[in-house]
Design a protein around this ligand. Structure first.
Ligand SMILES: Cc1cc2nc3c(=O)[nH]c(=O)nc-3n(C[C@H](O)[C@H](O)[C@H](O)COP(=O)(O)OP(=O)(O)OC[C@H]3O[C@@H](n4cnc5c(N)ncnc54)[C@H](O)[C@@H]3O)c2cc1C
Length: 551
């Protein structure tokens, strides 16, 4: 009997996780079909003349032990500190396991990094998340602190009900004064819309556990002790203090996964863009793609399809009588795009005035939120502090200047040279760099970096209902499910889809319930959705031979 084939659209974290899970647990042949030349999707690493760029700065951290263990299985945790921590004698977690790799001598290693991110506002640095430190009080002044306190108390006593927008959500948790100072403009930079026009669900998804009370409790706890465990179970995700990071950035991990997929007999087809899905009798019967610059067309057949491509494109590619309402909702889904200027500088114009020791006195932040209103720059990454091995010459500062934009707008369309000059000019204006210290630059554009919670998002159920009826199609991942989530969510949806396929379950409910706060999800499942209790539709493919019945 021929071995079953599963077509997987996208070689990002979701697609590659699914492929490897199939190979580890069954005799299914996964064929990953990727539009670009790159492995890793948004979690790729770009190597520019030996300096590596992580698009967005990817912390490897998850509430799910399953995900943490999966990552550590690909890249074992460091058994000795990375070069910069060693030189600066900074304390850091090291694995005591036999053979735990030393990053100085081994490439296949997961580093452990401290998180530091601050806010630059009115040319001064503030902790992120904002804390009640002496520095904050000094920078903001007593009068403003008073106004913050009063407006916070006011919103606690008289919260806006019901919460109709992200603005309401944030004001209720932080007060209007803090909202005006630190959230409003930055959120508008990210989304290109004021928070009053964004769904409160965005807040519920991204910052639900964060509040002034929690941030203060965390700051107090830090004074007494530090949670040095890797899982940091007791710490809200926005406040975690350390995270895992591949020696050469996130792309290194996903490239290793792709390599393992190929070694185990799966296929990863790069430069193959999916342009069509044939749907007949409630099943996908094949996909069409174009290959390479020659735009050669080809058709692929598979028993199942897992898709991590953006829902808007997926629905547009489907034939077979997609209802007009489904098409209309799909066309109305909105994305925010993203542009990074990689900037190599001899050094920054600001020195390290913190107590944290760094190599060559570079400021210690992983990233800085740029709240300044007179620039379009949204965030600044300092790759030296993610991994010293990302930077070719340790005597330079290797930066990522992040701009949020919309494909086709004036920022997106700027010629690379203009964009670099513009970015340098902004960095000079906010006092972070001197123009004569810039050595090189590169511009990278990432379309559909963020699925937006506006447009037709509130009618996503219409699409979900339609695609859920297609028994052998599973939507997975970030844009694949239009969920603004991290790698762990993408991976968990992929793992669940694999499990469904192997067990012949075509019900998709459990996939849509996956939450990155997986512990919460697992608790909820224990209480209300025991595995056996999920309504299961056992399809004809349930007879796939699996190496283990549960994953
Ligand atoms: C700025 C920023 C910072 C982030 N920081 C973190 C972080 O700190 N930690 C973290 O865990 N996550 C972070 N993330 C999120 C993380 O990048 C994503 O969650 C993850 O990459 C999603 O994986 P995915 O496989 O679902 O989708 P993607 O990474 O988007 O991969 C989808 C793949 O599908 C391909 N594709 C699309 N259309 C087609 C088509 N028609 N045919 C074939 N292939 C197609 C794409 O080219 C892409 O390779 C961040 C994201 C951004 C934008």
């Amino acid at each position: 009997m021929a071995r079953p084939t599963v077509l997987i659209i996208g070689a990002g974290p979701a697609g590659l996780t699914a492929a490897l899970e199939f190979l580890r647990h069954s005799d299914v042949i996964p064929v990953v079909v990727e539009a670009t030349e790159m492995i890793g999707g948004i979690s790729q690493t770009v190597n520019y003349k030996g300096n590596r760029i992580d698009i967005g700065g990817h912390r490897f951290f998850s509430r799910s032990d399953k995900v943490m263990d999966w990552w550590k299985g690909i890249l074992p945790v460091q058994g000795a500190p990375a070069r910069d921590y060693r030189l600066c004698e900074r304390p850091v977690f090291t694995s005591q396991g036999a053979g735990a790799p030393d990053p100085e001598t081994t490439d296949r290693v997961m580093l452990v990094r401290d998180r530091l991110s601050r806010i630059l506002f009115l040319r001064k640095f503030y902790d992120y998340p904002i804390s009640l430190s002496a520095g904050t009080v000094r920078n903001l002044g007593l009068a403003r602190m008073g106004r913050i306190g009063i407006s916070y108390l006011h919103s606690r006593c008289r919260p806006i009900q019901p919460e109709r927008s992200l603005e309401d959500f944030i004001v209720n948790r932080f007060g209007r004064e803090l909202y005006q100072l630190f959230f409003k403009d930055y959120t508008e930079k990210v989304w290109g819309l004021p928070p009053s026009r964004i769904s409160p669900e965005w807040g519920a998804q991204r910052i639900k556990g964060l509040s002034i009370a929690r941030a203060m409790a965390h700051a107090l706890r830090r004074l007494v002790s530090r949670d040095s465990s890797l899982d940091q179970k007791g710490t809200e995700t926005s406040l975690i203090e350390q995270f895992l990071y591949p020696k050469y950035g996130p792309g290194q991990l996903w490239e290793l996964v792709a390599q393992e997929v190929r070694q185990k007999g799966g296929q990863v087809l790069l430069n193959h863009k999916v342009t069509g899905l044939r749907v007949q009798g409630g099943r996908v019967t094949g996909i069409r793609c174009t290959h390479g610059d020659a735009r050669e067309n080809l058709e692929l057949k598979g028993d199942y399809v897992l898709s991590s491509m953006p829902i808007r494109d997926l629905i547009a590619a489907m034939d077979g009588g997609v209802p007009s309402e489904v098409r209309e909702v799909a066309e109305g889904l909105v994305y925010r795009d993203f542009l990074t200027v990689g900037l190599l500088a001899k050094e920054l114009a600001v020195g390290n005035h913190t107590a944290i020791r760094t190599v060559n006195g570079v400021i210690p932040d992983n990233w800085i939120y740029i709240q300044e209103r007179d620039v379009k720059l949204g965030r600044l990454q300092i790759f030296n502090n993610w991994s010293p091995y990302m930077v070719r010459d340790p005597h330079t500062a290797w930066l990522g200047l992040e701009y949020f934009c919309t494909e086709g707008d004036s920022l997106w369309n700027r010629a690379d040279e203009d964009m670099s000059a513009f970015a340098v000019e902004e960095m000079v204006r906010i006092g972070l760099i001197r123009p004569d210290r810039v050595l090189d630059s590169v511009v990278i554009r990432i379309p559909k970096a963020y699925p937006a919670y506006f447009g037709t998002y509130d009618r996503l159920d219409v699409i979900r209902h339609y695609t859920d009826q297609i028994a052998n199609l599973f939507l997975i991942g970030r844009n694949g499910m239009h969920r603004y989530n991290n790698q762990d969510h993408s991976m968990l949806t992929a793992m669940q889809a694999v499990q469904n396929v192997l067990e012949g379950v075509s019900d998709k409910e459990v996939l849509w319930q996956i939450n990155t706060e997986q512990e919460y999800h697992e608790e909820k499942q224990k209480a209300s959705l025991p595995r056996g209790a999920v309504s299961r539709d056992r399809g004809p493919q349930a007879a796939f031979s699996t190496k283990r019945s549960t994953l």
